[in-house]
Design a protein around this ligand. Structure first.
Ligand code: SAM
Length: 291
């Protein structure tokens, strides 16, 4: 690797600092982060031009090594070699905390496995910023990152977490937010939710409502900027009463749904075990067959 010194026999491995950087507001880079970046022998980053800009603002002229998301596995070995030679290095991503839907995860895992000390320098991350101001329960949350591109895989992932009594946090691209809100409304029902846009920036915005309300509002607007979606967990949505479950069953059975599948779907949204919904469904008046 260019610029690397030969390994000193018996040298102690260096330290890898995982440094959070701003997600918008440049004032959010901590003094400790600046200190660590200035002292590091090299800084691993996603886009060298972007990180060069940030470092130059703070008068730091560090050696930059690029770690793009698509090539992380191949680049890790060279970086690890530098650390094992005894050099301290830092890893940053373009914004926020490295490894959180960003490169860094594999570098950290391999560094830990190789016995390198890994030290976090905490700071901004969109998941925590959005959740902390959402107004939704923060005691338990489940971070999903970006949903898969394919509808089927996204539905599967949402179904997998539908029964969790924890707020759900998703990252999303502006062009897909309305579709994702509609899909979440379909799978999770009318739960309370919040869209957090442009956090820490000039046009920061929080839009709160139920998933169907948000889906229709965001379908009707041109969406720019970066977004996080926070959705209340099963507990936040509240357990449906028997009358509500009965009403949903009658409606869906009337529309031609099958009791077994409906029991699962309604159970998930209503916070009821599927077998209890099924039992209620057996008592429901059957729709008359078409003459
Ligand atoms: N590592 C970053 C972190 O710790 O937040 C996340 C990087 S991920 C590639 C980018 C996604 O994070 C965006 O698509 C958006 O969902 C979210 N995000 C990043 N900055 C944001 C901001 N200022 N406001 C809202 N969401 C943001």
């Amino acid at each position: 690797m260019p610029g690397s010194d030969p390994a000193e026999p018996g040298a102690q491995p260096g330290t890898l600092f995982v440094v959070a950087t701003p997600i918008g507001n440049l004032g959010d880079l901590s003094p400790r982060a600046v200190e660590v970046l200035a002292a590091a022998r090299f800084v691993v980053c996603e886009d060298t031009r972007h990180t060069r800009g940030l470092l130059t603002r703070h008068g730091i002229d560090a050696e930059l090594l690029s770690l793009p998301a698509f090539d992380e596995p191949n680049r890790v070995a060279g970086i690890l070699e530098r650390l094992l030679q005894g050099h301290d290095g830092a890893v940053v991503s373009d914004a926020g905390t490295p490894g959180i839907s960003d490169p860094g995860e594999q570098l950290v895992a391999r560094a830990v496995a190789a016995g390198v000390r890994v030290v976090p320098i905490p700071g901004p991350s969109a998941v925590i910023a959005a959740l902390s101001a959402s107004g939704l329960p923060t005691g338990r949350f489940h971070f999903l990152g970006f949903l898969p591109r394919e509808r089927g895989a996204s539905v599967e992932m949402l179904e997998e977490v539908a029964s969790l009594r924890a707020s759900l946090v998703l990252y999303e691209a502006p062009g897909r937010v309305a579709r994702t809100l509609a899909l979440a409304a379909e799978v999770l029902g009318p739960r309370p939710a919040c869209v957090a846009r442009e956090l820490t920036k000039l046009h920061e915005e929080f839009d709160r409502g139920t998933l169907p309300e948000l889906a229709s509002r965001w379908a009707a607007r041109e969406v720019l900027g970066e977004l996080v979606i926070i959705i209340g967990g099963r507990q936040a949505a509240g357990r449906w009463t028997e009358a509500q479950v009965q009403e949903a069953l009658l409606r869906e059975l009337g529309a031609g749904g099958h009791l077994k599948e409906l029991s699962q779907q309604i159970g998930r949204v209503a916070g009821w075990p599927a077998k209890d919904v099924y039992r209620l469904g057996l008592l429901a008046p059957r729709p008359k067959p078409e003459p």
